[in-house]
Design a protein around this ligand. Structure first.
Ligand code: HEM
Length: 512
């Protein structure tokens, strides 16, 4: 090697080491955060189990807007109502992307999922369709089937109370598998960190089990989603409509600009996004009622005085049940279903106060931390529905509530959950039914007779945060109510009949 070549190599190595030295370190204009290590940044300390707990602890140390470095990538964590407004709610057009995830690319390829697709024309077309289908007004049309489903749940609690945990989430096995497999691949560590070390994508298949797993999920999704769409098309063709929203989408397919594949995936997206979220909320609700029996008794008293015993609850009754409304809000606050929502990304450099957040950062909405912020909430770790009786947003006296919201659990900005109205109706109908019909108590030790507390911290975070299986003693409040539930369940048969076969996949699906 000539002296010149050695000199050039030396300069090149110096340049590489200079560049690498910067990788992982926090840029000057970024919000503060935990100290970084060269190249890996904060990767070594980033929590993978219940990450929202550590992220909330860091928010206390580094502020409502702080940053983390995961190798060259920047993550910004937003942890107070005001910071959400400033960073996301008021910057809808630039803070509404979704970060690239290798697991998503593997499963979906060119196909699109409204939840995961990046901000752009496809997202807009899908979002518009869902907005029309799930607006507050449109949801009124879905009430009959929601009523029937809620009646079925009461009936299942009545006839088989020890299996209440599974009754709350009686969903088709294929959808359950779909969600579990998606969760396995998109959670941290589900695939190697291709986002940080792109060359890892070329690991041969025999050492990369996640590639086969992604193919399996994709095949399952396509069979299921296309099969369900085919069933709907057949029904429309045979003039056997049941009012499901996909019929509307098919009628206006051109206007919405959606092809066959996009509509099929939309069905899948909504099933996956809607099923688990509402179910884990209801499981937390039951656990809270059994644990805080004084709250349960007060909500029941309110229901008894408004609804009485001669009829079952209707969705509009909620307007006359302020304490139950407060309990519903407090369960959302106390155990948020999606404690870190779904990550956003910014499509341009954003200046926020003195900070600059570089384009393509990952923005985490720390819902858990927002609802535990001591400047806003008194005793935030305690279950106290009364906070929502004293103030609309559950905040402590003296807090400026301008621009605050009650629904951080549903996300922020333009990506805020479009299924919120549907979810709220389902939650309202079910919890009114629960408390009208049943008493929930913690179980008793069979030998000592002592009550056994439900551990409200024994939870699992998959796509959502939910309580692990627990026992609960559920008894009808009277025989008269039990008989009314049986009668209502029998009457719901005609509504269910309209939706029969909705979840049976047609083997002749066009997806093949
Ligand atoms: C308790 C029930 C629910 C909770 C807590 C919940 C929560 C969320 C959250 C946190 C997001 C992310 C928002 C963001 O990125 O800022 C989201 C998005 C979404 N949710 Fe929900 N959700 C619930 C029920 C539903 C239901 C019933 C449906 C539909 C049937 C639904 C459909 C969606 C869709 C399609 C998105 C993606 C929106 C987009 O990226 O533009 N969700 N939800």
């Amino acid at each position: 090697m000539t002296t010149e070549a050695i000199g050039l190599l030396f300069i090149f190595l110096l340049w590489i080491s200079y560049r690498l030295r910067k990788v992982g370190s926090r840029e000057q204009d970024l919000p503060p955060g935990p100290p970084t290590v060269a190249i890996i940044g904060n990767l070594d300390i980033f929590p993978t189990v219940h990450p929202y707990l550590k992220l909330t602890e860091w928010a206390k140390a580094y502020g409502d807007i702080y940053s983390l470095k995961l190798g060259p990538k920047t993550v910004v964590v937003v942890s107070s109502p005001r910071a959400v407004r400033e960073c996301i709610d008021l910057r809808g057009s630039t803070m509404s992307g979704r970060p690239y995830m290798y697991g998503v690319e593997l499963i979906y390829g060119d196909a699109v999922d409204l939840v995961l697709v990046d901000y752009g024309p496809t997202w807009k077309a899908l979002r518009r369709t869902v907005r029309d289908a799930l607006s507050g007004e449109a949801c009124m049309r879905h009430l009959p089937i929601q009523h029937a489903e809620a009646t079925q749940l009461m009936y299942d609690f009545l006839e088989n109370p020890q299996n209440f945990y599974t009754h709350i989430y009686s969903i088709v096995e294929d959808i359950d598998n779909d969600m579990r497999l998606i969760g396995d691949l998109v959670k941290p560590g589900g695939t190697p960190p291709i986002e940080l070390i792109p060359i890892l994508r070329y690991i041969p298949e025999r050492w990369a089990p996640w590639k086969a797993q992604a193919r399996e999920v994709r095949a399952l999704q396509r069979r299921l989603y296309f099969g369900l769409l085919d069933l709907c098309i057949d029904r429309v063709d045979n003039e056997k409509r049941n009012g499901c929203f996909i019929e509307d989408v098919l009628d206006h397919q051109e206007e919405y600009g959606l092809d066959y594949e996009k509509i099929a995936y939309l069905i899948g997206t909504l099933m996956v996004a809607g099923a688990d979220t509402t179910a884990v909320y209801l499981r937390f609700f039951v656990a809270c009622m059994a644990t805080y029996s004084d709250v349960q008794a007060r909500a029941q008293q309110e229901i008894d005085s408004v609804i009485g015993s001669s009829r079952t609850p209707e969705v509009d009754d909620i307007d006359s049940l302020p304490f139950l409304k407060a309990v519903i809000n407090e369960v959302h606050r106390f155990r948020p279903t999606a404690p870190l929502a779904i990550p956003h990304t910014n499509t341009v450099d954003e200046r926020i106060g003195n900070f600059v957040i570089p384009k393509d950062s990952t923005i985490l909405l720390n819902v858990w931390g927002i609802y535990r912020h001591e400047d806003y909430f008194e005793n935030p770790n305690e279950f106290l529905p009364d906070r929502y009786m004293r103030s609309e947003y559950g905040t402590k006296p003296g807090v400026d509530t301008t621009g605050l919201r009650n629904d951080y659990g549903f996300g922020a900005g333009r990506r805020i959950c479009p299924g919120m109205h549907l979810a709220n109706n389902s939650i309202i109908l079910n919890v009114m039914n629960f408390l009208w019909a049943f008493n929930f108590n913690v179980p008793k030790d069979s030998v000592t007779g002592e009550p056994i507390a439900i551990d409200l911290d024994n939870n699992t975070l998959d796509l959502t945060l939910g309580p692990n299986p627990y026992e609960c003693d559920i008894k009808p409040r009277s025989e008269a109510k039990a008989n009314m539930i049986r009668a209502r369940f029998a009457a719901a048969g005609s509504t269910f009949a309209l939706f029969d076969n909705q979840t049976t996949v047609n083997e002749t699906s066009k997806s093949k």
